[in-house]
Design a protein around this ligand. Structure first.
Ligand code: SAH
Length: 365
């Protein structure tokens, strides 16, 4: 690919709007081009996105060629697309160095939530997570994180998100260097223009990252994966608890100046007993946190069993009676292995195109 052959050309999609415009303006000025050309190019990055300079047909051909010699606009390569019977769609992208990442688009009434990836693989090895099992490959660039949203907007017909959750592959707060600028790209009206309250960062509780997020003036939302009400249990499920113990994570949640959501994946017989609900409620009350109970996605379950629906309902009730606002998440995309990490695992395990699922439809690009 020409893009990886000359990596020294800056990728315009890695820059926040201010910086991308400045870069383009300086470049145009140097060539004696009118200033409005910078805005024309910039408009084709996020708002009316195209896959290459070549496709910016409103620009003179020579200018398009010169731009392509100086800059890149990396488009993610769609490797597979799967649609679930419930409307959830899952996308597998191949990056320039052969890594694969996943994005899930989840329709719900008039909402369209994109679940995006921030790293290729993940270093955290949570016991029940398919991404954790594959290990860490590398951090993604802003062009590869916000680029997932761009790629779905470039489909025919386009898919436009109303909400973004960083709940795909990876730990976003261990890649703050890219996630910080990505948040700007997602939120800035000159780029993707998604309201900050509609963008949620999900983390295992990386403390310096929580501080960095709280220093942002925008109202981005924070979700923390708690999954256990005690250190002893949390350590067995989430090795990162040794580095960032529960008490410190709870303190960080309390210090965060906006309302926090606690994620709690329900693991049959492990963290779903009445005493867990009581401890859980205590922690949530301390931080005025909202609790999301997540049914275990069996595809990535690694020997765990999902908590029966009736037990989840009872657990939710036990939290609510103790004054904790609680929601039970619905599992989506069960028939297309939409639990994080699964599609990539299938691809790397078999190399062959993903086979059609019973209720699903598969397109391999
Ligand atoms: N690293 C971040 C974001 C990615 S995971 C974090 O851990 O929060 C997004 C959410 O999916 C986390 O709450 C994670 O614990 C949860 N998850 C992982 N595997 C799951 C599975 N098999 N079933 C249900 N939820 C799962």
């Amino acid at each position: 690919m020409t893009d990886s052959a000359t990596p020294s050309r800056p990728d315009l999609l890695d820059y926040e709007p201010e910086a991308a415009l400045a870069l383009l303006q300086a470049w145009m000025a140097e060539r004696g081009e009118p200033g409005y050309r910078a805005g024309q190019v910039f408009g084709r990055l996020w708002q009316r996105p195209v896959g290459s300079f070549e496709a910016m047909s409103e620009l003179p051909k020579a200018l398009r060629e010169a731009l392509a010699q100086s800059f890149r606009v990396t488009s993610l390569e769609l490797a597979a697309r799967q649609r679930s019977a419930d409307g959830t769609e899952k996308f597998l992208f191949r990056l320039h160095d052969g890594q694969f990442i996943e994005t899930v688009a989840i329709p719900d009434g008039d909402r369209m939530t994109f679940c995006i990836s921030s790293q290729a693989g993940c270093a955290l090895q949570c016991a029940f997570c398919a991404t954790g099992a594959m290990g860490f490959q590398r951090n993604l660039q802003p062009s590869e994180i916000a680029g997932q949203v761009r790629a779905l907007r470039m489909l025919t017909p386009p898919i436009i998100p109303t909400n973004i959750v960083f709940m795909g592959m990876g730990e976003p707060l261990m890649n703050w260097k890219s996630v910080g600028p990505t948040l700007t790209l997602l939120n800035d009206p000159r780029a993707l223009g998604i309201g900050a309250r509609h963008i949620t960062i999900s983390t295992v509780g990386v403390l310096p990252g929580i501080v960095a997020l709280s220093e942002r003036p925008e109202q981005f939302r924070l979700a923390i994966s708690i999954h256990a009400p005690s250190d002893a249990l949390r350590k067995t499920l989430m090795p990162v608890n040794t580095k960032y113990p529960l008490a410190d994570v709870i303190a960080a949640a309390r210090a965060f100046d906006r309302r926090v959501t606690f994620e709690y994946v329900m693991l049959g017989g492990v963290n779903d007993q009445p005493e867990h609900a009581a401890q859980r409620a205590q922690l949530a009350r301390e931080c005025r946190a909202f609790v999301n109970l997540i049914p275990l996605h069996p595809g990535g379950s690694m020997g765990f069993t999902p908590t029966p629906a009736a037990v989840i309902t009872a657990f939710a009730k036990a939290l609510r009676t103790r004054g904790v606002e609680t929601a039970v998440r619905r599992s989506r995309g069960l028939d297309i292995a939409a639990a994080c990490g699964q599609l990539r695992t299938e691809r790397l395990g078999r190399r062959a195109p993903v086979a059609p699922e019973i209720d699903g439809e598969v397109h391999v690009a």
